[in-house]
Write a protein that binds this ligand. Structure first.
Ligand code: NAP
Length: 279
């Protein structure tokens, strides 16, 4: 199969490695000439160009650019495609993308591979990144069956675990387990930094260990990615922040009122709940 990939970074490059290894012909398009050359040298793609016209013959195109470039690139890509070409994307928020791209290109299906790394760019792309990781597809009632079948086959070929759900359900779910944790973790770091006694703050910095490493990790990540999550999944993040704020207020009240039995019951419950999210 001729597969096009737009955006040869961590996700686009990793898809290229796997598709090439499976014998597909991968045609890459990226913004910078040097990225295109590097992708050819690394064996991520067979050919690469900075021009979307290179994808004229592609049967399936994966849009793998940053979230805020997906819609503008789809607009520029469409004049170069024939109507049988299937277009999918890998953006980590789905409703806005699907609502915009489906009317533009009926042969579109939204997707989100839930695998990643702290670093970005082609140099950290790797084969097998998606193996045994969730890959969500968000078909609608209008999605043509052949598009769903073809992309499903490619996702299964990656060894990923396929989930299908409406884009809105995807966005609410990832708000809980991915986007809210970024905002909570960043807020934790910011709150610690508001300690007014410089000596106490320095001591805290020296004493911070594995627990703080776990809880602060995602808050110390890329600011650009955090803002894109908030912009493209705004409603779901706001709803989960509201619930989180209410829960925190409840915890504050129990501690203030020295209601240790309520706090015990709460922590026993969260201890029981955690494994369901990490299996
Ligand atoms: P990335 O490593 O920064 O790669 C994006 C690549 O897109 C860049 O290397 C850049 O290549 C290229 N690009 C930027 N603007 C472009 C344009 N106008 N035209 C063509 N290419 C352009 O980012 P990523 O982590 O792979 O993320 C890509 C997408 O995957 C995002 O939509 C994100 O939501 C989604 N996603 C990310 C993760 C994750 O953990 N990182 C996980 C799942 C899904 P040049 O070098 O040519 O500029």
């Amino acid at each position: 199969m001729k597969i096009g990939i737009v955006g040869l970074g961590l996700i686009g490059g990793s898809l290229g490695f796997d598709f090439q290894a499976q014998g597909h012909e991968v045609i890459g398009v990226s913004r910078r000439e040097e990225t295109c050359q590097q992708a050819i040298d690394l064996g991520v793609v067979q050919t690469a160009s900075t021009h979307l016209a290179a994808l004229e013959a592609a049967e399936v195109v994966f849009l793998c650019t940053p979230l805020d470039r997906l819609i503008p690139i789809a607009h520029s890509l469409i004049p170069h495609l024939n109507s049988a070409t299937i277009v999918t994307d890998v953006g980590s928020a789905k409703a806005t993308i699907v609502q915009t791209l489906e009317p533009l290109w009926p042969n579109f299906i939204g997707g989100h591979p839930m695998a990643g790394k702290a670093e970005s760019g082609l140099t950290v792309a790797q084969g097998g990144l998606f193996h045994k990781k969730p890959y969500v597809l968000t078909p609608t009632a209008q999605t043509p069956n052949p598009a769903l079948t073809t992309v499903t086959g490619l996702v299964q070929g990656l060894g990923a675990t396929l989930y299908t759900c409406p884009a809105e359900a995807h966005d609410r779910a990832v708000a809980w387990i991915s986007h809210l944790p970024v905002m909570v973790s960043a807020s934790l770091l910011a709150a610690c930094d508001r300690e007014t006694d410089a000596q106490v703050q320095t001591l805290a910095q020296h004493l911070a260990s594995s627990g703080f490493q776990d809880t602060s990790r995602v808050g110390g990540g890329s600011p650009e990615l955090g803002v894109l999550m908030a912009r493209y999944n705004r409603a779901a993040i706001l709803a989960s922040l509201d619930q989180y704020q209410a829960t925190l207020t409840q915890v504050h009240t129990w501690i203030e009122q020295e209601d240790w039995s309520a706090l015990t019951a709460f922590l026993e419950q969260t201890q029981r709940q955690r494994p369901a999210y990490l299996e």
